[in-house]
Design a binder for this molecule. Structure first.
Ligand code: CO
Length: 198
């Protein structure tokens, strides 16, 4: 099976060079993506592929349930590099319906370390319990919690000092909240875009 992956890789690289001989040489020089994608690790949500972008066009950070926790050094390092060095124009926080992370956060089962990682989602559930309890179908309730999680992470990103400092310097930067549907491959814009401190 691993041999298949390596053969796939050879074919992929050949095809890239066939359609654009300078492709890899250009990328070797530098990356200049306009977008930072913060998404879920789920194998069904391949960032570049969903939005039709090539290598070099999307800076990607993925973790379980697409969180942007202000105390996570991994996420913060990615965010600072994307904002201060790459100067991306857009940050896309992308959740997805049917997220196992969101479901695991609130199903009451114990799994270990990931329960701590997913704790922010339980807080979101608590903050919005009245709205969520009013949704009778359990799957729809999880869909809504998925959207609320994206909205909360957009708030985390847009209130981060790396982002607010960029705005104070006059840097153009927008933070968007999207949800991807595994069922039909379509992205929905939650229309919670933040483009400045106000
Ligand atoms: Co997920």
């Amino acid at each position: 099976m691993l041999q298949d992956l390596l053969s796939n890789n050879r074919l992929w690289a050949q095809r890239k060079v066939a359609s654009d001989p300078g492709f890899f040489r250009r990328l070797e020089g530098q990356q200049a993506p306009d977008y930072l994608w913060i998404g879920c690790s789920d194998s069904r949500v391949p960032a570049n592929e969903i939005v039709g972008l090539d290598p070099g066009e999307l800076f990607v950070h993925r973790n379980v349930a697409n969180l942007a926790p202000p105390q996570d050094a991994n996420y913060l390092s990615v965010l600072q590099f994307a904002v201060d060095v790459l100067k991306v124009k857009h940050i896309l926080v992308v959740g997805h319906y049917g997220c196992g992370g969101v479901a695991a956060a609130v199903d009451g089962q114990r799994r270990g370390l990931v329960d701590h990682w997913l704790h922010p989602i339980r807080e979101i559930q608590h903050d919005h319990r009245h709205e969520l309890e009013g949704i009778p179908v359990p799957e729809r309730r999880l869909d809504r919690l998925t959207e609320l999680n994206v909205i909360r992470q957009v708030r985390n990103v847009s209130s981060d000092v790396f982002v607010t400092d960029a705005w104070a310097r006059g840097q153009a930067l927008k933070v968007h909240g999207w949800v991807y549907s595994i069922a039909n491959g379509l992205v929905t814009d939650l229309k919670v875009t933040v483009s400045g401190p106000e």
